[in-house]
Every structure is written in C-alpha cells, then in structure tokens.
Design a protein around this ligand. Structure first.
Ligand SMILES: [Zn+2]
Length: 118
C-alpha cells in the first residue's frame, strides 16, 4: 500500500518548495511540509514583461512631468497676464489648472506616439 503510494508519487513531477526546499508536487497548490501557498515561488516575470513594466513606469513619469510642465506654464501665463494683485493670483491658479487639464491628455498622446514609434 505504502509502496504503491510512493511509486505513484515518484511519477509526479516534483519541484523544490520555494520556502522550505522539500519536494512538492508541481500541481500542489500548497506545500505539505511548510504550508506555503506558493511552493513554486513567486511567478517569474519574463524579460518581455519586465520591459513592459519599465516602459509603463517611464510613461507614468512622463505623464507627471508633462502635466507639471503644463500647469507651471499655465500658472506663469496667468501670473503674467493677470491684472495684478488678487486677480493675478486667481488667473495664475485658473491657467495652472487649465494647463494641468491639457497636460494629462497631452502626455497620453506623447506616450501613445512613443509606444508606436519605439
Ligand atoms: Zn515548503
């Protein structure tokens, strides 16, 4: 009985548990030795996937930079064009906001353009 069980287990593909190093069936959802729910270890990311994540991170940075730039330009434009005093501040805030609103889709367009031509 025990022998038959062992032979059956021997035919299963065994991997080393990521957490305790004991043999675990490849199809096991949890390690019977240590109870780890990821005996195969965290999902290995392919190079392609890593590159995609890097591009997305770069796109996020670009989004922030372009938005900040547009908001800054808008704020500057509002401050220069404003009548002075409190009205100038409101103009600066208003144009800064408009700049940010324009900056987000502008950054998206840049990102899409780059992903097409890279
Ligand atoms: Zn284990």
């Amino acid at each position: 009985m025990a022998q038959a069980q062992q032979r059956r287990a021997g035919r299963q593909e065994l991997i080393d548990c990521h957490d305790c190093g004991h043999g675990v069936s490849f199809s096991a959802t949890a390690c019977p030795h240590c109870g780890s729910t990821e005996p195969a270890g965290p999902a290995v990311q392919s190079r392609r996937e890593l590159q995609r994540l890097r591009i997305e991170a770069a796109n996020d940075r670009r989004l922030v930079v372009v938005t900040a730039l547009c908001a800054g330009l808008g704020t500057f434009y509002g401050a220069v064009m404003g009548a002075g005093g409190a009205a100038s501040w409101w103009a600066a805030v208003g144009y800064g906001f408009i700049g940010a609103v324009i900056g987000v889709p502008a950054a998206f367009v840049i990102n899409i353009g780059r992903s097409l031509f890279d």
